[in-house]
Design a protein around this ligand. Structure first.
Ligand code: DAH
Length: 349
């Protein structure tokens, strides 16, 4: 085959190769093969010595023309490929602004925290401070300081989780009272505190019992604190949580750390006191324990009980939440089922 035929064939083949390339990588390969330093056109130039001298000029001219043509075609194809890639990218990344957005999953406050936060700010508003004691409490603070010496029969009601002979998972937040009483400087101010937190008792878990639940302890100590201060305070709490129409009543009770001791009932919000399954047909629902601080509790903390006195109360936050929201199983608070939890979103403030 003479060089002219070779050039003709290369012309056709080259254009065909360029046309077939659909991505930049292949096109580059074709470029190297055709017009590269070791490409087909260069090879032809190298074989020029075999060409008759009178034809050399023409061959040279043809090679140059073909190189220009290939380069032009290579550039044009490259531009097409770049454009096609861009178009595809734009197509793939197209944003339909009319599509609805993805809804984020907003968490919500746990119902017990809703009640807790609400009560805390309510008490802060009345001048109370919020204190928190340790969950691993000592026998000393949980019982002894609270007028429950080792042989006291009331300890039996709180069969406990002991960690060793002195430390236990606290069964009540009442120990917070002793810790604060010991430190408080009564020459500066009266003491008004609430102590919320987790407590633990050995209990068979069922719809109304859990081995772990939340309490809030309350304590007010000053000169001349009377039982009517206690009654007024408890009544305000009940109305704040359960509604202004609720009536309250105090029943005599017994707690080692208060004397006299009471339990407070609120009139049933379901039947308004007429009697229904929720209040077990009594018209009343028990909500908390309270009383006037026992002189021994004050004396144990080094406070002169002939000068100072006060009241205390302890309420179960789980119980408050159960009653307020009509929850029928205490375990729902602790199993973290979002279908349960998200129902309380509207209660957040
Ligand atoms: N600590 C008691 C309990 O766990 C609740 C309680 C009752 C606390 C009366 C008090 C109180 O401070 O005065 O059952």
């Amino acid at each position: 085959m003479d060089l002219f035929d070779k050039l003709k064939e290369l012309h056709e083949q080259g254009l065909e190769e360029i046309k077939k390339a659909t991505d930049e990588q292949t096109l580059n390969k074709v470029r190297v093969e055709l017009v590269g330093r070791k490409g087909e056109l260069t090879k032809i130039l190298h074989s020029m010595r075999d060409v008759a001298p009178e034809n050399r000029r023409e061959v040279g001219q043809k090679v140059n023309e073909l190189r220009d043509l290939f380069n032009k075609q290579l550039d044009a194809t490259k531009a097409e490929i770049v454009k096609a890639v861009l178009v595809k990218k734009l197509e793939d990344e197209k944003i339909d602004v009319t599509l609805p957005g993805c809804e984020g999953h907003l968490g919500s406050k746990h119902p017990i925290n809703v009640i807790l936060d609400d009560l805390e700010s309510y008490f802060i508003g009345m001048g109370y401070k919020v204190v928190q004691g340790p969950e691993i409490e000592t026998d000393h603070y949980c019982f002894e300081m609270m007028n429950l010496p080792k042989d006291h029969p009331a300890r039996d009601m709180q069969a406990t989780f002991y960690i060793d002979s002195e430390d236990l998972l606290r069964t009540q937040t009442s120990g917070d009272q002793a810790r604060v009483l010991e430190k408080h400087d009564f020459s500066k101010s009266p003491l008004k505190m609430v102590g919320p937190g987790k407590v633990y008792r050995r209990d068979d878990d069922d719809a109304t019992h859990s081995h772990q639940f939340m309490q809030m302890e309350g304590l007010v100590v000053d000169k001349n604190v009377t039982m009517s201060d206690l009654k007024g305070t408890l009544e305000m709490i009940a109305k704040h949580v359960f509604g202004q129409d609720r009536a309250t009543r105090l029943r005599p009770s017994y707690f080692p750390f208060t004397e006299p001791s009471v339990e407070m009932d609120v009139s049933c919000f379901n039947c308004d006191g007429k009697g229904c399954p929720i209040c077990k047909y009594t018209g009343w629902i028990e909500v908390l324990g309270a009383g006037m601080v026992h002189p021994n509790v004050l004396e144990n903390a080094g406070i002169d009980s002939t000068v100072y006195g006060g009241f205390a109360f302890g309420l179960g936050l789980d119980r408050f939440a159960i009653l307020k929201y009509g929850i029928d199983d205490i375990r729902d608070f602790y199993t973290n089922d979002v279908r349960f939890l998200k129902q309380f979103r509207k209660e957040e403030n």
